[in-house]
Design a binder for this molecule. Structure first.
Ligand SMILES: Cc1cc2nc3c(=O)[nH]c(=O)nc-3n(C[C@H](O)[C@H](O)[C@H](O)COP(=O)(O)OP(=O)(O)OC[C@H]3O[C@@H](n4cnc5c(N)ncnc54)[C@H](O)[C@@H]3O)c2cc1C
Length: 447
């Protein structure tokens, strides 16, 4: 922590009467991160944010943004960064005629989804407390990715405060390069104070949740791949492994079906009828009901996490076997493997249409190692497990990784992920942030 009188920027901000805080307590999602910061400034609106950024920029001080606060690496909570707290910029304004919604840059997924009219949806992630903008700036995988695309694919227009404090409009008509970049290219291009997202008409989806014992996991996951091959657009599969109530690992499979009612019900009926299945949910419901606050408690804020990620093309025999072995060797009851699918509509968008270039069918795997203090065994065991699983999956994975989950030390993997988008992203970054003041951003490509 830095006292205001020792730092010229903080002295100037204090003289302007800025409300600053130095207490990071309760802000970090991942307790394993060693957090520090110069100060946190509460942003009131775009004009206020712009004036704060202008001053910080004149002092050459790096800045980071606090949106929903879910970044697992605690990006921004690093020494010498001024944190721009956007949490007060939460608003949701729907225009049903144009089928769009405009949200403030600090709006959480749950607040967006709760405030949409019935029948209209915006594809989001799977957890209500994640910031919509943070999610969208790197993509945004969720229960509707295969049916509607990534969250970033719905981003049509944004107001962005650039590193020198100027306000830009990222849109097709205004700065279309900037729009291209913030549609999945990372969060280092400025601070998004508001953005407009395209909405889709979808009154109900069919959701179910099936739990299978480990001895059936191989067969069921291969079946899931077959089902996705048959229904790449109407079927979205959220899957993974976690520890069941009896202390043993289990496979969970949770389809979200958006197509023909009879076909969907038959498909879910087959998953439920499998002799090994325990079905805990099955029914048509509005998309917003898929955000389950009880289930979200499985990975709470304030626990210790290490979360490497890999991206695989298919759930083939080799990949499935690696996942099963990983689950059988969990070192903590809180650890898990989460699998997000990417098929259908998301694959039909051209790789160059947005900054998110990976448009072939794939699955993102979150290797979640989680522990409370040292109560669940040695920290080194948890870290070793996550690294070993990542290394094993690395033998069957695509290059790079989902930038929202990569750590700041994995810049080379971000570069590999962005592939053909990388050079254009770097050129746009040099234009809008020539002094690299937003250097702790997600999706950062090393220079
Ligand atoms: C429990 C949990 C569940 C998750 N589930 C999913 C999921 O289902 N699907 C998925 O794709 N990802 C998921 N993620 C990853 C998540 O999308 C990223 O961590 C995302 O960056 C979080 O955004 P945030 O605003 O909540 O976090 P923050 O830590 O506030 O921000 C993350 C990054 O985005 C930047 N940022 C945030 N808001 C703005 C803004 N308005 N303008 C400019 N930059 C901004 C920040 O500077 C930072 O670099 C999950 C993460 C957690 C911890």
């Amino acid at each position: 922590m830095m006292l205001t009188n020792q730092n010229p920027l903080l002295r100037e901000l204090a003289a302007r009467g800025e409300e600053m805080s130095f207490d990071l307590g309760g802000l970090l999602f991942n307790a394993a991160v060693d957090a520090q910061a110069l100060a946190i400034v509460k942003c009131r609106d775009t004009a206020h944010l712009s004036s704060v950024i202008r001053v910080a920029s004149e002092h050459g001080t790096p800045m980071a943004v606090l949106g929903g606060g879910h970044d697992l690496s605690g990006r921004g909570f690093v020494k010498d960064n001024l944190i721009l707290d956007l949490r007060a910029l939460s608003s949701v304004t729907t225009d049903s005629d144009s089928m769009t919604v405009t949200i403030g840059g600090g709006t959480l997924s749950g607040d967006l989804i709760e405030n949409l009219p019935p029948h209209l949806v915006s594809p989001l992630g799977t957890v209500s407390t994640v910031g919509v903008t943070g999610l969208a700036l790197c993509g945004g995988y969720g229960r509707l990715t295969s049916s509607l695309g990534l969250t970033s694919d719905t981003l049509e227009r944004a107001e962005v405060v650039l590193a020198d404090g100027t306000i830009a409009i990222a849109s097709e008509e205004d700065d279309h390069d900037l729009l291209w970049a913030i549609r999945g290219g990372g969060s280092g291009f400025g601070v998004v104070t508001s953005c407009r997202l395209k909405l889709h008409h979808m009154p109900e989806v069919l959701i179910s949740m099936h739990i299978y014992p480990m001895e059936h996991a191989h067969r069921i996951l291969l079946l899931c791949q077959d089902l996705i091959d048959l229904h790449p657009t109407d079927l979205n599969l959220f899957m993974g492994f976690m520890t069941g109530p009896n202390g043993q690992p289990v496979l969970f499979v949770s389809p979200t079906w958006t197509g023909d009612r009879n076909i969907g019900e038959a498909l879910v009926g087959d998953l439920q009828a499998d002799k090994s299945a325990l079905t805990v949910q099955n029914g048509w419901m509005p998309y917003k009901m898929t955000f389950d606050k009880e289930a979200e408690k499985a990975w709470p804020k304030g626990r210790n996490y290490s979360l490497p990620t890999q991206t695989v093309q298919r759930l083939d025999r080799e990949t499935v076997e690696i996942l099963i072995q990983a689950a059988l060797n969990f070192t903590s009851p809180f650890s898990a493997l989460v699998i997000h699918d990417f098929h259908g509509v998301a694959t039909r968008i051209a790789p160059t249409a947005t900054a998110f270039p990976l448009r072939s069918a794939h699955f993102v795997i979150e290797i979640i190692s989680a522990w409370d203090g040292v109560a669940n065994g040695q920290i080194s065991d948890h870290l070793a497990w996550a690294n070993a699983v990542s290394a094993s999956l690395g033998t069957v994975s695509l290059p790079g990784g989902y930038p929202n989950l990569l750590s700041p030390h994995e810049g080379e993997r971000a570069r590999q992920f962005f592939g053909g988008s990388a050079e254009r992203l770097k050129a746009i970054k040099s234009r809008v942030d020539p002094d690299d003041l937003f250097r702790s951003a997600t999706g950062r490509i090393p220079t």
